[in-house]
Ligand binder design. Sequence first.
Ligand SMILES: O=P(O)(O)OC[C@H]1O[C@@H](O)[C@H](O)[C@@H](O)[C@@H]1O
Length: 275
Amino acid sequence: MNKVLLESRDGARAEITQHGAHLCSWIPSGGVEQLFLSDASEFREGAAIRGGVPIVFPQFSNLGPLPKHGFARTAYWQLVRAEQLSEGAAQAIFTLQDDVSSRSIWPHAFRAEFTITVEKDSLQMDFSVSNLGEMELHFQAALHTYFRIGALEDTRIAGLGGLHYHDTVTDDRNRYQEEAILEFQGETDRIYADISSDLKILQPHQTVIVRQTGFEDAVVWNPGARKGAELKDLETDGYRYMVCVEAAQILKPIHLAPGQSWVGSQCLTVVPTLG
Ligand SMILES: O=P(O)(O)OC[C@H]1O[C@@H](O)[C@H](O)[C@@H](O)[C@@H]1O
C-alpha cells in the first residue's frame, strides 16, 4: 500500500496511505506516537483501516443507504503534493473526485481535499468538499481520529460538560452531560452537538488539546470490552488503548449549492505534564 512520509524541519512526523488518504501515524517533534493503529487491522483495498484517522464521507455510520461511514475511507485518493514548507512545517494534500464507482452509489459531482500539516507539537487536518455538480449536495463527514492512550481507566475527556448528545448505545437522542469530565465505563458512543470550545484528552503524562472548526459535532467512541471483542480487526484488549474523539458534522448535514465549498478542521496539540 502506497505511503507518504512527512517530516518537518523540527522532526515532527506523519505517515499517510493513499488508500483513504488515511493518516496512520503522527509523532510530534521530540515526542512519541499519538495515534492508535490496530495490529489486527487489514491493509488491503476495499477494507477500512482500524485506527489512525479514517475520513468519514459522505455518510456517518449507518445513517443512510451508503456503506457504513461512506466510501472515502476505502477509496484511492490522489496525492497533490507532499513537501516541507519554507517555514519548516511538513504538509501533504490529497484529493478525491467522483468517479464511476462513487457515482454508481452516490450520483454527485464533487471534489474533496484533505490537507495534513505537522510541525512541533501539533497536527492540523483540513477537510474540504466542493460541489462540482448542478444540483444541491448533502453530506455528513467526520475525521474519525483514534488516539493512542496508556490505559482507558486513566483517560478522561474534558470540554463536554453542558452539551446535549445523542447516545448511540441506547439510541437516546436527547441526553445532556452535566459533568465537566467524561470517564469511560463500558461501551461509549455519543454524538455531541454544538461544540464551541476545545476538548481535552487528559492522561497522567500528557494532555492533547483537540480544537475543531467548521465541524459542529464531536463523536466520542470506545467500544468497551464486549463490542471490542467482536471487532475482528481490533486486537485482544485493543479497546483499552484507544479512544476516538471525532470532529464531525452529522446532526445537521451540510447542504452545498452548485459551486459552493465547505471546510472542516481538527487540530491536535500535545502538552506533556510537567514534573
Ligand atoms: O467499525 P467502524 O465501521 O469503523 O465504525 C466504528 C465506530 O465509529 C464511530 O464513529 C461510531 O460512532 C460507532 O457507532 C462505530 O461503531
